[in-house]
Design a protein around this ligand. Sequence first.
Ligand SMILES: C[S@@+](CC[C@H](N)C(=O)[O-])C[C@H]1O[C@@H](n2cnc3c(N)ncnc32)[C@H](O)[C@@H]1O
Length: 242
Amino acid sequence: MDEWTTSHDRVLAQRNAEGWMFLIEAARDLRTTGALAPSSKALARLLTDPVREHGIRPLNVLEAGAGTGSVTRALIPRLSPGSRLDIVEANPRFASQLRHLVRTHPQLAGQNERVHVHHTLVEQLDTGRPYDVIVSGLPFTNFTPAQVETIMNRYLEMLHPGGTLTYFAYRGTRYARALTSSRAQFRRHRAVEEVLAGYQHRYATGRWTVWANLPPADVWQLRRPLDAPVPAEPGVLAGVAR
Ligand SMILES: C[S@@+](CC[C@H](N)C(=O)[O-])C[C@H]1O[C@@H](n2cnc3c(N)ncnc32)[C@H](O)[C@@H]1O
């Protein structure tokens, strides 16, 4: 076997192991894990495009809800010299897997301090650093509308004016929820979509569909305006049902 085959095999084995780990965590807690499998490379690339678009300027980047690191792996090579990445992850097993990824990533050799893994809820994260880019992998449609509003407001607060937030939403989940869940769950899901629609209406600069993901997903890109203040209190957006 040549060197390429063995390293290729190693990558495949690692992806396989991460796929299983994700599935086990989803079985433990589907609400927080929010998916049965990690994001595809196509989805990860689109989510991290704003980092590349900023060019060679050093950036502060936040990734929220990193799971096994499929988006983190797309982010790291795109960080310009001098950039910092904070990763926040609620699940302790994912957080320790992410720390391993950071320790062993060849592009971070000798400069691991550029990337920090925080094991906490994003709602409780306070690094005191404003971010140029936030990439969110959180499963919003599993949360309550109030929680989503708190997190979206926090994201906008943590962004520099002009900074970019990307997040994704799986396609068709509302219909799946209508078929498989109670009416109360369906109503909660719809209320979350209404909260998100309020933010999209005010701040969205782009939306793309990624079909090469299981399930296909819409990627949203939002920008914090240069001049407008962030809404101070939950509930100011569109009289949302809670
Ligand atoms: C749908 S997975 C996405 C994982 C990864 N970004 C990907 O795309 O493959 C959602 C991740 O968000 C994490 N998570 C859920 N709620 C969170 C919260 N409030 N704060 C931080 N992480 C959270 C979960 O543990 C899980 O790893």
